[in-house]
Ligand binder design. Structure first.
Ligand code: GTP
Ligand code: MG
Length: 138
């Protein structure tokens, strides 16, 4: 059974969408086995998105991620990484499939409501950045 890391981004918490997004996650068969609402520090956001450091939107992305509270989560399920990417939909909500979280809720390619890990290595690394073993009840 696989685990993935999820973030409900500031545009989602601002609109009180934690429950609505969680309903889509759970309906897809993913189990929320850890969850915490936090304000990311600039350091945490820069570390988290370090892979995008050279991109022109990096500064904007980090500013957005610290603009309000986020909900960090660990999701568990069969093929959880790919399944959650499917449930999230395309990065740009204009290209996201019907019924996906981003199609339903995202405002733009930047303010796109959710993050999900893209591979087993990044999932493990991202979970470890925000959760210790004791915080996860599978
Ligand atoms: P994540 O799950 O958040 O990693 O999204 P993703 O894997 O679908 O997209 P990617 O890793 O390519 O980009 C990471 C994040 O950077 C996106 O989710 C967006 O929030 C942001 N981003 C990507 N492209 C743009 C852009 O052109 N402009 C802005 N402002 N943000 C962008
Ligand atoms: Mg990504």
């Amino acid at each position: 059974i696989e685990r993935t890391f999820s973030i409900l981004k500031p545009d989602a918490t601002e609109r009180n969408l934690t429950g609505a997004v969680n309903a889509v996650i759970e309906k897809a068969g993913l189990r929320i086995i850890a969850q915490r609402r936090i304000r990311m520090t600039r350091d945490q956001a820069e570390t988290f998105y370090a892979v995008h450091k050279a991109r022109p939107f990096f500064g904007e992305l980090v500013d957005f991620m610290i603009s309000g509270p986020v909900v960090v989560q660990v999701l568990e399920g069969e093929g959880a990484i790919a399944k959650y990417r499917e449930v999230m939909g395309a990065t740009d909500p204009a290209k996201a499939a019907d019924g996906t979280i981003r199609k339903l809720y995202a405002r733009s390619v930047g303010e796109n409501s959710v993050h999900g890990s893209d591979a087993p290595e990044t999932a493990a690394q991202e979970i470890a950045q925000f959760f210790s073993g004791n915080d996860i009840a599978g």
